[in-house]
Ligand binder design. Structure first.
Ligand code: CP3
Length: 346
């Protein structure tokens, strides 16, 4: 894999002369051209699983902005869908799944053939790679086993994750079976994305922040480590970014023990702490508050400068600390890009 692409250059070669920039959820509802395609293809799964449509949505933000990377338009819940679980998206409601309720339900999951069902994702990646500027990175991604399992067990989003925790605490053996199953298919899914043209992969662990110390080790770090080992063995030279949102002080052990090459920092992570604690081990990505991107103005400029200043001499990928929200003005995205570019004329 070419090490001259912007993300591998910073994350693996530790180049600090240039700060690449992309935004989590850079394709999506804040873009009028995405909303137009959404009128035409109303079903979320149709947008994800029609390669031409997914490729077009992936490229939309790159036509508008000078970003360093595209991220494939897909979703972390493609994996439970591919395992045979019913997953639907209802407008304004978020995802709804037919929940797994206990260990016996694991027999309903169908890992054999799951990767074939995800073939449209790989077709979309190939289409993007053909059309994307060869100097730009293409990011593949998946959800981490814990975060994906919370949706599979809760049947959607949750405030308390009480069903997932009860299963974990009352029947750790079958919970671990689920983690191992998800780790295996997630690794295969990431490897297939690399073979289809991704030069960097990111593992989203959006709900890592609710895990106490011991389960953090068992259901965040351990399955992530299994994914990292498998992806690294199959795809040497492809950087792996881990994003355990809300991990706080546990980011230090996450960085050490998972083996990821970079960590995504959420907006709550103190910059100086991240620099002092993490940068000997991993490259850093982040961490602008997506709500500052909504606010704009001088507050946005100040926050961008503060992040660029804190990470000026360490390997850093500029990004948000979580996904772009739909009410974000397009002009504010352009404002940040310009600011990052001007910082070192990069
Ligand atoms: O970053 C990108 O541009 C790539 C696309 C991407 C999507 N989902 C598209 C999407 C990525 C990286 C994801 C990841 C994802 N999906 C996560 C982890 C990151 C995070 O945001 O925490 C999670 C938890 C999901 C699950 C999911 N998908 C939820 C909870 C929802 C509904 C909430 C929402 O934001 O609407 C989705 C739907 C979804 N995935 C949309 C998009 C653009 C909105 C669909 C639409 O209405 O058009």
């Amino acid at each position: 894999m070419s090490l001259t692409l912007p993300l591998p250059r910073v994350i693996l070669q530790k180049d600090t002369t240039r700060t690449p920039v992309w935004f989590m959820r850079q394709a999506g509802r804040y873009l009028p051209e995405y909303r137009a395609l959404r009128e035409q293809y109303r079903d979320f799964w149709t947008r994800c699983f029609t390669p031409e449509v997914a490729a077009e949505i992936t490229l939309q933000p790159l036509r508008r902005f000078d970003l360093d990377a595209a991220i494939i338009f897909s979703d972390i819940l493609t994996v439970p869908w591919a395992l045979g679980q019913h997953v639907r998206f209802e407008a304004g409601e978020g995802p709804k799944l037919s929940p797994l309720t206990h260990g016996n339900d694991l027999v309903f999951l169908k890992p054999e053939g799951a990767l074939q069902r995800l073939a449209p994702v790989y077709a979309a990646l190939r289409l993007v790679r053909e059309q994307l500027d060869p100097a730009k990175s293409l990011i593949g991604f998946a959800g981490a086993p814990w975060t994906v399992a919370t949706y599979m067990i809760e049947g959607g989003g949750s405030r308390t994750f009480s069903r997932a925790f009860r299963w974990l605490y009352e029947d750790p053996a079958s919970f671990n079976t689920l983690m191992e199953l998800l780790a295996r298919i997630t690794a295969d899914h990431l490897i297939a994305q690399v073979r289809a043209g991704a030069d960097t992969v990111q593992i989203f662990d959006t709900w890592a922040g609710v895990l106490p110390e011991v389960p953090f080790r068992d259901v965040c770090i351990r399955p992530t480590r299994a994914i990292v080992d498998a992806v690294r063995a199959a795809c040497p030279g492809v950087p792996i970014i881990g994003f355990p949102k809300g991990a706080g002080a546990k980011l230090a052990t996450y960085a050490q023990d998972t083996g990821v090459d970079a960590v995504g920092l959420d907006p709550m992570t103190p910059l100086q702490w991240a620099r002092d604690t993490l940068c000997g081990t991993v490259a850093l990505q982040g961490n602008l508050d997506p709500l500052l991107l909504v606010a704009g103005g001088p507050a946005l400029d100040t926050a961008v400068d503060r992040i660029l200043g804190a990470f000026a001499d360490v390997p850093h990928v500029f990004n948000l600390g979580h996904g772009i929200v739909p009410e974000t003005p397009v002009a504010h995205v352009a404002q940040v890009l310009e600011r990052v570019r001007q910082y070192r004329q990069n």
